[in-house]
Design a protein around this ligand. Structure first.
Ligand code: CTP
Length: 404
């Protein structure tokens, strides 16, 4: 796999999590192969993993201290920095127990603390007995961790620790290495392209302490920004107030109101090859926001609202032929008709429909279920997926159906 002295994982920072499974013995081979490919490897073991392979073996092979405890000799292991250091976190083997903790967000050891705070992609190679593998709770847990955006390397069929034959063997280290090489192989299909993305809600001021806003968390827009950036694009993210951490390598423009967002988009749009409007812009703003806090003297009072400028529509009006414009439509009824009508009225090239009636779609979820409509009257339907995967589907659809 190391072709002509070329290190396929050169300088890649791999954080290897080893959990308690008989397959933990294979992690020694895995570490050797990772090092051979030029990767930098740091290792965290669960307490149970130490019964299957020694920290000494793994620290010798990785040339790094193996971590296992949240605290060590009165010092605290900085789990946040470990998850930020890594280019990818690989959990191999992933035991049934650790899988269950990951599905439920349990944090009772260092591996779990790092996993829960990791900002890098996470891939897992499960290992367990066939009956455990086929148990409905394991299936549900796997679905759950995948819906969080984690990747799973499929188990092998073969001889198991129980002496039985069947599904559940951890993928061989060579297969795991191939998966990693494939993951890191640079996909530069947006290289040289400028992508403008809007995300999050906008807040329309009522008075210094109150606003009109909506439930958008910005997750979909952030997933799109990360995906475009990974694929080589020059990304500008215009974003309303959200709690997400800013994706690295992206030009981030923080805005508050719909009019701020309009102003930023108008400035950035001219240079954009692709613009994706995933923000949930407020449709109405307060006509006369108050300078002082409104006191509750009255039994009732009225706010006069006026329509905000439709940013997508405004961009649609000035769009040049080489520019691609993608809008979203969040609907609760007549979804298809409304999406197609928005595609036309806003002069967009694509509309991504998500319906509040679909489980796991819309605000706040880590997943989304979309249908994409284009101007040639094509419809692309997708299953419920993590927002990271949905972002890939959106970008792939744009690239596969246009000449951008
Ligand atoms: N949009 C925008 N500016 C606005 C309102 C919406 O750019 N002032 C964009 C959104 O970012 C999204 C698309 O228009 O890409 C559709 O937004 P949506 O809220 O689904 O629909 P609206 O056009 O606001 O219409 P309605 O609320 O009546 O469904």
């Amino acid at each position: 796999m190391q072709t002509q002295g070329f290190f396929m994982l050169k300088n890649k920072k791999i954080l290897l999590g080893v959990s308690g499974s008989i397959a933990a013995y294979k992690s020694a081979v895995l570490v050797r192969l990772l090092k051979k490919q030029g990767a930098e490897v740091k290792i965290i073991m669960t307490p149970a993993a130490k019964q299957f392979v020694t920290p000494l073996s793994l620290s010798t092979l990785s040339k790094n201290e193996v971590l296992s405890d949240l605290t060590d000799n009165d010092s605290w292991a900085n789990h946040v920095m470990l998850g930020r250091w890594a280019d990818i976190m690989l959990i191999a083997p992933l035991s049934c127990n650790t899988l269950s903790k990951m599905a439920n967000g349990l944090c009772d050891n260092l591996l779990m603390a790092v996993y829960l705070s990791a900002t890098c992609p996470v891939v897992m190679a499960p290992a367990m007995d066939e009956d455990m593998w086929l148990h409905p709770s394991t299936k549900l847990n796997l679905q759950k961790v995948q819906s969080f955006g984690n990747h799973i390397i499929p188990v092998d069929n073969g001889e198991l620790a129980s002496g039985l034959h069947g599904l559940g063997r951890m993928a061989e280290p060579e297969i795991i290495i191939k998966w990693l090489i494939n993951h890191f192989s640079v996909c530069n299909d947006l290289s040289g392209k400028k992508v403008l993305i809007t995300a999050g809600p906008t807040y329309e001021k009522i008075d210094p302490v109150r606003f009109i806003g909506n439930h958008s968390t910005g997750k979909m827009g952030f997933a799109l920004a990360s995906e475009c950036q990974k694929r080589g694009a020059d990304v500008t993210l215009v974003c309303g107030p959200v709690l997400q951490s800013i994706p690295t390598g992206v030009k981030f423009i923080n805005v508050i109101s719909a009019s701020d967002m309009l102003e930023a988009c108008m400035k950035e749009f001219e240079n954009a090859d692709i613009t994706i409007m995933s923000a949930a812009v407020a449709d109405y703003t307060v006509q006369q926001p108050q300078q002082d806090k409104i006191k509750k003297h009255e039994e009732s009072f009225q706010l006069t609202l006026s329509k905000t400028t439709d940013i997508l529509k405004s961009l649609g009006e000035i769009k040049k032929s080489h520019q691609l414009l993608v809008g979203f439509a969040l609907e609760t009824s007549n979804e298809r008709e409304n999406a197609i009508s928005k595609l036309k009225s806003k002069n967009a090239d694509f509309i991504v429909l998500n319906s509040m009636n679909d489980n796991g779609a819309g605000f706040g979820h880590d997943t989304n279920k979309i249908t994409i409509f284009d101007k040639a009257q094509n419809e692309f339907h997708f299953e419920t997926k993590s927002k990271t995967e949905v972002a890939k589907d959106i970008i792939n659809t744009i690239l596969n159906t246009t000449h951008v």
